[in-house]
Design a binder for this molecule. Structure first.
Ligand code: UDP
Ligand code: MG
Length: 318
């Protein structure tokens, strides 16, 4: 049953985070126009230029001059995709917001299905990749491990194959905007806010031009941020490891003393000391490092710096 306030002609803002996507934009704009025009007359594009060094800005402004309902917002430098999305969500004011990549991998045709899901009452319609065939085994394995770790340690379930290609109802956008944290692991935040979510399978298209900005080190960094933002499981694991190691050491100590008293064996000193010392220093450094990561996150939060700075904003499209 459609919700009462879900009118097909409700306004829709398309938030496109773009970092050096000049070559991909014209094609994407044409596809967006084709996909959105039949859905609602009130659609607009909100392009967040994440400090591009190519012609992304010029291409976007030319499209605006040519009549595309587009608001162009340029951040003062490259802040990263999560910050660009945060900026887009803060500035969009339509009844619903569509988040999608600007590189052509997210097919605008799926928006029709998202729109229908929204009309049916879903607050979030989320595209889920049907397969990861084009990814290498290392990336696939790492992704699985990451989601298993995060999902095992929180009460939330973050669906492994759901990315940033989603249609959000206004109240989800407001909920996301109200979250104060600086470490914005968006996939976790979508799950955290909850609301009625529908998942739609899709196969991402290959990138039209250029290559992915997310190299392996950057993905690892993102994964680590995600884990430390959403769970203190690593801290607990390090306490647990400490406890287990201490118990083993105690048991070994008792064994040595008993053996010495009963059989008079000399206690083998040197290797035991060296191995024990190295092992314990390793465990300690690891735990301190982990603790430091969390302290670092707290440091980031208390600085209260803005998540992004806007250098240019054309204002809402007419
Ligand atoms: N992006 C961004 N800032 C960045 C990196 C990427 O706004 O620092 C944008 C990029 O322009 C694209 C989207 O985020 O629209 C997804 O990036 P990409 O295609 O490189 O990632 P992948 O598809 O490999 O996840
Ligand atoms: Mg991409």
């Amino acid at each position: 049953m459609p919700a009462i306030d879900r009118l097909p002609e409700a306004s829709l803002d398309v938030v496109l985070p773009a970092f050096n996507e000049a070559a991909n934009l014209p094609g994407l704009f044409a596809q967006l126009r084709q996909a959105l025009a039949p859905l609602t007359p009130h659609w607009r594009v909100l392009l967040v230029d994440d400090g591009s060094t190519d012609d992304t800005g010029a291409v976007a402004l030319a499209a605006r001059d040519a009549g595309l309902p587009l608001r162009y917002v340029r951040l003062s430098r490259n802040f990263g995709k999560e910050a660009a999305l945060t900026a887009g969500l803060a500035l969009a004011d339509a009844d619903r917001v569509l988040l999608m990549d600007a590189d052509g991998q997210h097919a605008p045709e799926l928006v029709t299905q998202m729109h229908e899901a929204w009309l049916r009452g879903a607050d979030m319609a989320c595209a889920v990749r049907a397969n990861r065939d084009e990814e290498g085994p290392l990336k696939r394995w790492g992704t699985r491990l990451f989601y298993r770790l995060v999902n095992a340690s929180t009460r939330l379930t973050i669906p492994p194959d759901a990315g940033d290609f989603r249609l959000l109802d206004r109240r989800v956008v407001q909920a996301l905007n109200a979250l104060p944290e600086r470490n914005r692991f968006m996939k976790g935040l979508y799950a955290w806010v909850g609301y009625r979510t529908e998942f739609l399978p899709y196969t991402p298209r290959p990138r039209a031009h250029g290559r992915s900005h997310f190299s392996l080190p950057r993905l690892l960094n993102l994964a680590f941020n995600g884990v430390t933002a959403f769970t203190n499981l690593p801290l607990r694991m390090s306490s647990l490891l400490g406890a287990v190691v201490a118990c083993c050491a105690l048991a070994y100590g008792v064994f040595l003393v008993v053996e010495h008293l009963l059989y008079g064996h000399p206690i083998p000193g040197w290797p035991t000391v060296v191995v024990g010392m190295m092992f314990f220093s390793g465990v300690q450094l690891l735990s301190i490092g982990l603790l430091g990561e969390y302290v670092g996150r707290i440091f980031d939060e208390v600085k209260q710096r803005p998540l992004y700075l806007v250098a240019q904003d054309t204002g809402p499209a007419s």
